[in-house]
Design a protein around this ligand. Sequence first.
Ligand SMILES: [Zn+2]
Length: 418
Amino acid sequence: MTKPIWIKHAAQLATLASDVKGPRSKEAMSDLGIIEDGSLWIEDGIIQAVGTTKELEKHYSKRGDEAEIVNAMNHLVTPGLVDPHTHVVYGGSREHEFEMRLQGAAYMDIMNAGGGIHATTRMTREATEDELFEQTIRRLDSFLAHGVTTVEGKSGYGMNLETELKQLRVMKRLQEQHMIDIVPTFMGAHAVPPDFKEREDEFVDYLIRDMLPVIAEEKLAEFNDVFCEKGVYTPEQAERILEAGKHFGLIPKIHADEIESYGGAELAAKIGAISAEHLLKASEAGIQAMAKSGTIACLLPATALYLREQAAQGRKMIDEGVAVAISTDCNPGSSPTTSMPLVMNLACISMRLTPAESLTAATYNAACAINRQEQVGSLEVGKLADIVLWNTKSYQELQYLFGVNHVKSVWKKGVKVV
Ligand SMILES: [Zn+2]
């Protein structure tokens, strides 16, 4: 039995608690449920009480001696950040491509020349399960150091059954052995493997026939994702893959409209995807369709910056009623970062989200995008004690002082990990 933890005197305790259940948009994204001079009582990794320091003192003073007391010294306390879109399990590294792109090579040109996703796929196929496990631990430690306590992780650097299974098994092992929670997504259709070039439909058949049943049988994934993009998979092929996944209980996600407007947002709304990712070039009709269907826009402003592209229209999407989440997109080619605080800054700077909206997008809405809103994403009684104490006085200051890691302490399920 571990000691209870009593956090006191948070200048702002941003609980993210709200009457709005499910993904938030419009004004609901600005309501952070802030308690001034806030306090939390944690026992057995679960939040047992939330209120002002005064209120909790009334109930818990008698038990004060048995708890480990944390004085937040008038700093900001928030839920642990949630990263709902990562490709965190991969082999190798691609810093040489960074230089190529700076000299003018386009992302798709590099990929078509056998680099990009194909290079990582080769290196991931060659890596042993233990090597992938060790490489990923370093990145997950870095996520924790940046206040991230839950991440989604995608396969997709195998594009054959053997390696897709290897990546997903690594995630399963990490879920068992690392403090961070890792939520697995199968993304067999991350690119067209070179041996299936010009035969995309055959790869789709192979994925549906030979990969999905095994992934489902071993319960290795909760979500099913596909790269729907001109030159990769058409909306029709994406729909086949995602509908087939539904039969195996896999919830659809889509990498949509990243490079060209291609009907990805519309498809996400049509098939009831939980989220659509990237959306840099989403059409007006696509945005309206997502607002109607309740599909979450998972926006990746660090990727846009890294590829020197205009970020997605986050401001417009929120105003139109789309629930927005944000993510690092942590991957070796287009966003090798684990810094969700930086992504929150960029959501403000390059997509004009307000500081409050940006925090909602990185906590509660991000949890909704991976179906974890009942466990994490807000500080409420009964939820996991995933908590960040920041070195700033307020969430406004956190978003304002950009590019710096302001994390002071992180608790995962009530265990101090930073
Ligand atoms: Zn991605």
